[in-house]
Design a protein around this ligand. Structure first.
Ligand SMILES: [Mg+2]
Length: 169
């Protein structure tokens, strides 16, 4: 289903090379707000190291943010040394298409990583990319996100239950 992620992790640093290899993922399209930084623009410890480690193992990165704050997105992109697009209008396909083209891998070998079902997951699924949902870094969301969050939590809980049930069978 289009609203479900293919995988769920607590944080991006939990996405391992073993997991990526297992799913034939060669590139990651990363969200910024609440995925890589919190709303005070702080990047949690370990993210830079995680990114550099995966790069060494051949993983390509691309940052795709809906934020219209170019400086903020650029700063994150510079720290991680990764190409970026801002004001991406996810879940519309436009930004993803640009990212896919610049990455230069097949769609089935690219995963989208983000904290929001309504932008990252649905957008990625619509473009036939592998979708990975992560828990938001901070729950201190902007108002628009706050409105969507209760429904999102409901979907996540339902999804986790479905996965657990499937595992038990
Ligand atoms: Mg986000």
């Amino acid at each position: 289903m289009q609203i479900y992620p293919k995988a769920y992790f607590e944080k991006v640093q939990d996405i391992s090379i073993e997991f990526l290899n297992q799913h034939h993922i060669k590139a990651l399209i990363l969200d910024v707000d609440n995925t890589l930084i919190d709303y005070d623009k702080n990047m949690p410890e370990g993210i830079e190291q995680w990114c550099q480690n995966l790069k060494k193992q051949g993983i390509t990165f691309y940052i795709l943010s809906n934020s219209n704050q170019k400086e903020k997105v650029e700063k994150v992109a510079k720290i991680l040394d990764v190409p970026y697009s801002y004001f991406a209008t996810k879940p519309l396909k436009r930004g993803f298409k640009k990212a896919i083209q610049e990455i230069g891998e097949e769609k089935e070998n690219i995963a989208v990583v983000g904290d929001q079902i309504f932008t990252d997951v649905i957008g990625g699924n619509r473009c036939h990319l592998f979708s990975i949902l992560v828990k938001p870094i901070a729950e201190k969301d902007i108002l628009a996100t706050k409105i969507k969050r209760p429904l999102e939590n409901f979907v996540i809980k339902k999804y986790i239950k479905t996965v657990e049930n499937a595992r038990q069978k």
